[in-house]
Design a protein around this ligand. Sequence first.
Ligand code: GLN
Length: 484
Amino acid sequence: MLPHTISEIISGLRDKQFSSREITQDYLTRIKRLNPELNCFITITEDLALSQAEQADARRNAGEASILNGVPLAHKDVFCTEGVTTTCGSRMLEKFVPPYESTVTRKFMEAGAVTLGKTNMDEFAMGSSNENSYFGPVRNPWDTERAPGGSSGGSAAAVAAGLCAAATGTDTGGSIRQPAAFCGLTGLKPTYGRVSRLGMVAFASSLDQGGPFARTAEDAALLMNVMAGHDPMDSTSALNPTEDYTSALAQPLTGVTIGLPKEYFSSQLNAELEKALQEAIKVYESLGASFKEVSLPHTELSVPAYYVIAPAECSTNLSRFDGVRYGHRCDNPKDLEDLYQRSRSEGFGDEVKRRILIGTYALSAGYYDAYYRQAQKIRRLIKNDFVSALNEVDALLCPTTPDVAFKLGEKTSDPVQMYLEDIFTIPASLAGLPALGLPCGFKGGLPVGMQLIGNYFTEARLLNLGHQYQLNTDWHKRSPALGE
Ligand code: GLN
């Protein structure tokens, strides 16, 4: 049986219960058995993983092991990996082999971690179900008829199915927190700018943020200690010093005040999920936290504002895929116009095209003021709501999703239904705030997630709140059956 958490792997490696090579081989064997059904990985980097593991074992034997030395991880296929295909879930990049390494994956390599492979995702990170991937949908290990969430569905399903101990993801409007909720995991979207975007294929640059998927808040803290920090190569990277995310975990919760945003406990939230959240509130009360109702009055405007801003930014970011410089190129173009048109028509899927069209329209002369500028004004109002609520409390507790994982195919015919899935995750994204998702119950055998939103750069506090909760509950310890 493979270990459950990174912490267990770290101590097993340290105590020589197993080598990195052995555990890496065990994960690869499990991936080969389960990936054909779950479809979590687009690329499995078997040779790379085994050679990294051997190097990690050699470093350990030489007494040079840093904390994540030899720990096998998976990376969302949005992170550029030098010499390893990076598809971003798109036909456009099906054969793209980046000439450089993203800062996030480079930091994990420097920390001695092993890369098992690149995980499946919605095309260019646009989606909430992983059904927009050119490489086919990912199946939720808790119920393979259901979606794992999106866009980082491959990373979430891989961790939940025990195909890796932890993984990276990115969150633009919920793509770490929502799949974490659907798969019963702990996932952190850091403050915008906390984790470098260099080499992360851009979707909506003012929102995109990388972060960890793990089984526990403690593991997420270990990953954040590697991922977070200023990057001189990313002009939007924050200059603030990072914290030691693991040393804050043990802090007691006495005197902590948590806000309950009343707009999130609305009719949109399924009653059983609300009950699970009420139970979580009781756990926090028993740990010394107190609760207070707060209001975020512009919450309902967040989805419409996001679905103007994110497509606007995506339409400009994706204009670089022209069939000339890199990415898919059509066969036998008649002329330059034909080359652009056919390369882009063939390379992009329907959802990406829909968003390019919406974004181009919203940014065009005459409509810019009516749509894009309005959406930016709403974004400011949403941010102000959070700033005043977080003046009164240390963090906010709320649902991550309106309901548990939905069935594959259930929402694909109606994009608006799919967009409404993001109602509870998008507001913190628009405000650029950090938010932690973690499991807090089950409904009909499917995991229920809750969300803790904090003030800017309070990741250590959020992980502390998550860890203290997990010391007193065992939702995060459950695993899907998968024929074992
Ligand atoms: N589901 C949202 C969207 O489709 C968020 C995606 C994300 O966070 N990358 O845009």
